[in-house]
Structures are given as C-alpha cells and as structure tokens.
Design a protein around this ligand. Structure first.
Ligand code: BTN
Length: 242
C-alpha cells in the first residue's frame, strides 16, 4: 500500500482527484495530510480540522465488478468500518448518522466524503475521504462536534489511530464486492442513528417536520415514515436534526 504523506494541502480528496488526471494510482493508495487548508464535506460544506490533533486522509479504491446501482454499499462499508474501529478505541454509544457521519453520544467525530467515478453501469473507482477528530480538546462554536479525546478522556497516537482505521476500512471494503448487499445493509441499519425513533428533519425549503426513520433504500435514500406517508429522501432533500 502506497501512502503519500503531505504537510499541508487544500484537500486530500481534491489532491487524489487531481493526481488521477496525471496518473492512475495503485489500488489502495492513501493521501494523508498533516494539515488540510480547505477540507471539503458533504452538501458542499467545508471540513475544518486542527493540525496535529486530527486525521485527514483519502483512500483511492478500484473495483472490478461493482454495479453503479450498488454504490451505496461503499458508503455503508466505510461507515461500518469507522464505527467498528472507533468502538475498538473505546468510543461508546457510537452510531452512524445517515448517510455516513459517525457520532458518539449524539456528537459528530468523523465525517466521510466519498466521490465515485462511474463507467457505463459500473463503478470504476472511488476517492474515500475521512476526517476524524482525535485529540481536540475544544470545539468553539460547534456544540455538536467532538473528538475521540473528548468522548473517552484518552489522548491518542495519531499514527496508531490512522493505521487501525485505514486497515479496518480496507478490510471492510473487501466485503463490498463479496458480501451480499442485503447483509451489509442489515449491519448498517442496526447502527443507524435514531432508527425507529421520532426525529426532526428539515426539507430543502427550510421547513421542519417529524418522522420515524425506518431504514435506507438500496440506493441510499433515507426511508422516513411521516404523518401522511412513508417517503424516501435523498441527501439533497432533507437534513436530519435529532
Ligand atoms: C462531512 O462530514 O461532510 C464529510 C467530511 C469529510 C472530510 C474529509 S477530510 C479528508 C478528505 N478531504 C476532504 O476535503 N474531505 C475529506
């Protein structure tokens, strides 16, 4: 496995995507940055991380035979791998907030940004970006954010966390092309934040509504039972609060 270590970069996902324009990296290549200056998140958000206290890296993953309609399997596998690795590090009450935020005691510690490239009806490769708050002690103005340290009281060695986390992700990614989609979905849903509970959502028009999370569709939409009907929502359509 090749690891490209960078001191500072705008975004490790962007770096890998630019690298792809020049050469085709080996499967499993990782770009790891000490400091990310313009980290990107889902829904065009930014990802802010502290130098020396958090992990920011991206994995380049190729697939031989993964159908485009199964791309949510990648998201589920990575979220499950991170969740399991963090539980191993002592994190309690750990859940996956749809689609793939990792929470402990309702606070977000890890964000995942997956960018897939499709060719015909297959997924050729993906850039899987991981941002994990590890040793941060404070999150000014971000009451919903936390770090491994904040949740466990333990200071971690960043290299050790990186090695365990990346190994766990590689291991779980193997299952994407081997394990039936349904069993991955079953495992994912068993750790889904607020599943079966009345939750508060906001639609793209900014209106709030209540609903119960039933699970996810095969294409990764959230299935919500609202007062009027059971509906499927994409990431662009709703935001889950609690
Ligand atoms: C999110 O929660 O919205 C996803 C955040 C993903 C952040 C990681 S940090 C490494 C990689 N590079 C980026 O620019 N983003 C991802």
């Amino acid at each position: 496995m090749k690891i490209i270590k960078l001191n500072a970069i705008d975004s490790t996902n962007t770096y890998l995507k630019n690298l792809l324009k020049i050469e085709y990296p080996a499967d499993g290549t990782i770009v790891l940055a000490n400091e990310q200056l313009a980290g990107r998140g889902q829904r065009n958000s930014s990802w802010i991380s502290k130098k020396g206290e958090s992990l920011t890296f991206s994995i380049f993953k190729k697939y031989d035979n993964l159908l485009a309609e199964e791309q949510f399997a990648i998201s589920m596998a990575v979220a499950l791998a991170v969740k399991e690795a963090l539980t191993f590090f002592g994190l309690e009450d750990c859940h996956i907030k749809w689609p793939n935020d990792i929470l402990s005691a309702n606070r977000k510690l890890c964000g995942i940004l997956i960018e897939n490239v499709l060719e015909k009806n297959r997924i050729k490769h993906s850039v899987i970006g991981i941002g994990l708050n590890v040793n941060e002690t404070e999150f000014d103005n971000l009451p919903q954010a936390s770090s491994l340290y904040r949740q466990t009281g333990i200071k971690y060695n960043l290299d050790e966390v990186f090695t365990s986390l990346s190994n766990a992700i590689f291991e779980k990614l193997k299952s994407v092309e081997k394990v039936p989609f349904e069993s991955l979905k079953e495992a994912y849903e068993s750790h889904l934040f607020r599943k079966g509970k009345i939750s508060v959502f906001e639609n793209s028009a900014g209106n709030r509504f209540n609903g119960i999370i039933n699970g996810v569709s095969n294409s990764g939409e959230l299935i919500v039972q609202t007062e009027s009907a059971t509906k499927k929502f994409t990431l662009k359509e709703i935001k889950l609060f609690y």
